[in-house]
Design a protein around this ligand. Structure first.
Ligand SMILES: [Ca+2]
Length: 369
């Protein structure tokens, strides 16, 4: 897939790192710390967790607010283990089903990530939030539609933890948890959504409101203790002017007008959003992504929460226990995001750190654990 010359190394960097890992492991005993992940990598498996390589699934309503497309691009450029992109709140009605998935496919191809499959997921026959416009060439094909098979296949191939970042409704997640029982133990879910202090107390946060039944189904799994690795990055923490992208933002300036590559696509997407919906795009989803990547921007606390009939969340001692965002550091997050989208050489993010551990700096999380 052709892409601009300045991006030639965006995937080569991680690929070289992978080769490096195998080479390092070959110089050490197979049961040593470098030898074990090297053996797995050589065998074609995903990188070990110590190499920040549990496969990553993004479940996105890309094509509405551009924060999804920006998060997908940041993941594609920095996460070698990006393994699957699913769409939710899919298009329908006057706009044919599956246009979000076609946009994801086009963006990933421009980013040189034609290795990442896209599967069109849940839709209700129409959506309010979709940027109509010529973002995707007509030759980009429809994408497959079987979310359950795609996730099941990934779980079978990978054999360990799979990271899941929910950037839209919880519809696909609820369905996977219901139909693929092993997913409950193996998914480490980071969901953007929910709130405790609602800006409009009469209704639930957008992602929960899009499919209230699905949000309830996921909370039911949590309450029963069947889904144990779940963290929620709420709009209390994400809905902030510090991370809003407008035409005056440095991030917008990175995306050159007329560039036929992925930066031009993001620019066009932002322009369509600004014109049709709102003159800014708050980076909710990329903030959730960095939380899934165990980066130190969002602090989490273990809390019990419940949902009411409308999908509004509140603290409740009888509720489900989840890792809940409590605060965030926006300036370093924005610096990371700008770096992920501007540098020519992708880097893998720091190694895993459990939520609630020291998240004040990079040091403790770096390197194999
Ligand atoms: Ca979203």
């Amino acid at each position: 897939m052709p892409y601009p010359e300045d991006d030639d190394r965006s995937v080569d960097g991680p690929r070289d790192a992978r080769k490096d890992l195998v080479a390092r492991g070959e110089r050490t005993p197979p049961d040593s710390a470098p030898g074990i992940p090297a053996g797995r990598t050589r065998a074609g498996g995903p990188w070990s967790e110590s190499e920040q390589a549990a496969p990553l699934v993004l479940d996105t309503d890309i094509g509405g607010d551009p924060d999804d497309a920006i998060a997908v691009a940041a993941a594609a450029r920095t996460v070698p283990g990006l393994a699957l992109v699913l769409t939710n709140d899919e298009t329908g009605g006057d706009t044919a089903y599956g246009q979000r998935a076609r946009l994801a496919r086009h963006l990933l191809d421009l980013l040189g990530r034609d290795d990442v499959p896209v599967v069109a997921g849940h839709g209700v026959g129409g959506t309010r939030y979709f940027c109509e416009g010529p973002l995707v060439p007509s030759e980009v094909p429809e994408q497959p539609r079987d979310v359950v098979s795609a996730v099941r296949g990934l779980l079978e191939r990978s054999g360990g933890t799979v990271r899941w970042v929910g950037m839209g409704s919880l519809s696909n997640l609820a369905r996977v948890l219901k139909e693929v029982p092993e997913a409950r133990e193996r998914l480490r879910v980071t969901q953007m959504g929910g709130a405790l202090n609602y800006r409009d107390p009469s209704r639930a946060e957008h992602n929960f409101r899009m499919d209230t039944d699905a949000a309830h189904a996921v909370f039911e799994e949590l309450a029963r203790g069947r889904l144990t690795d779940f963290q929620l990055v709420t709009s209390d923490v994400t809905f902030r002017p510090e991370i809003e992208v407008t035409r005056d933002s440095a991030l917008y300036g990175l995306f050159a007008d007329g560039d036929g590559g992925w930066r031009g696509l993001l620019r066009h997407h932002l322009d369509l959003w600004f014109e049709a919906f709102h003159p800014g795009s708050i980076q909710h989803d990329a903030l959730a992504l960095t939380t899934a990547l165990r980066m130190p921007h969002v602090s989490l606390s273990l809390r019990r929460v419940a949902l009411d009939d409308l999908g509004r969340m509140s603290r409740s001692e009888r509720g489900a226990e989840v890792w809940l965002s409590s605060s965030a550091r926006y300036a370093p997050f924005l610096r990371w995001l700008e770096g992920a989208l501007s540098r020519t050489e992708a880097e893998t993010p720091p190694g895993p750190a459990r939520p609630g551990e020291n998240r004040s700096g990079w040091g403790s999380g770096v390197g194999p654990r």
